[in-house]
Design a protein around this ligand. Structure first.
Ligand code: GLP
Length: 261
């Protein structure tokens, strides 16, 4: 796992945008896994800024897969992750809606929604680069503590803490749906490159557990330690709980420039 600690969000966003664009230039029909929440927004704004400036690669053939989705929201709800990704990223990038996929939360199809989503990812050839955030309880996508490290896309129940954390996207915690569909940890681990971004002190404890704690279901994000190509980008506040922070900074400072993320 590569841990990169940077002083500001703008540097993190630029580096992640570079990694995404490098991939799309190398592979114009790349498959991108995208995350929601507040953390990835600076990355999305940077990608859109570059496209508006006319310096971005062509996204016409890129396919996008979201990590997760709420169950029980009215169709077309602005708080749904499908609408969020369209609003923040894929519409401004000019991506055709047919290239943007998410788990299907419609009530009639819930029983096999997970299997259908797994098949769609497989049919696309698997995810090349998966962007990730981390919950303050260590959740990855919506895999809450206790989720199997081998889990696949399925329905899950959110913890009270996650519903409180996500209340800002709704009127109140009570309005945050209790159920979600989420890629499993086993699904996420099959993406070819995992890129996790964490910013702010509220993530410091979860992040330290994920990066330096034991691998286990109690901290779902610790599953990253099992992946051969995982990059974790942090600001100073999110890195505050890391014991080896000085070493990560030294590694980054002396990293050969040809290596990339
Ligand atoms: C949600 C999403 C996660 C995300 C997490 C953190 O629960 N399902 O994918 O990582 O929130 O969100 P934020 O970046 O807003 O802190």
């Amino acid at each position: 796992m590569e841990v990169v600690v940077l002083p500001d969000t703008a540097r993190i966003a630029a580096l992640v945008a570079d990694a995404v664009e490098d991939l799309v230039r190398r592979r114009p029909d790349a498959v991108l896994g995208v995350a929601t929440g507040s953390t990835p927004l600076p990355v999305y704004r940077e990608l859109v800024r570059r496209r508006d400036a006319g310096v971005a690669p062509d996204y016409d053939a890129v396919r996008f897969f979201t990590l997760d989705e709420y169950v029980g929201l009215p169709a077309g709800s602005e708080a749904s992750y499908r609408c969020t990704i369209a609003r923040e990223l894929t519409d401004p990038l000019g991506v055709d809606a047919s290239h943007v996929h998410g788990p299907d939360p419609s009530p009639d199809g819930l029983a096999d929604a997970g299997e259908r989503y797994e098949a769609a990812i497989r049919d696309a050839g698997g995810i090349d680069l998966q962007l990730l955030g981390i919950g303050s309880d260590g959740h990855l996508a919506f895999n809450e503590p206790g989720s199997s490290l081998a889990s696949r896309t399925r329905i899950k129940t959110l913890t009270e803490q996650t519903r409180r954390d996500n209340a800002r996207f709704f009127g109140s915690a009570q309005e945050v749906p209790r159920h979600v569909l989420t890629q499993g940890l086993g699904t996420i681990l099959e993406a070819r490159h995992l890129v996790l971004v964490a910013t702010g002190g509220a993530k410091a404890a979860a992040l330290a557990a994920a990066v330096e704690g034991p691998v286990g279901a109690s901290c779902p994000a610790s599953a990253l330690q099992l992946h051969p190509h995982a990059t974790v980008l942090l600001d100073d506040a999110a890195a505050a709980g890391l014991e080896r922070a000085a070493h990560y900074r030294e590694v980054w400072e002396h990293k050969p420039t040809w290596q990339g993320l």
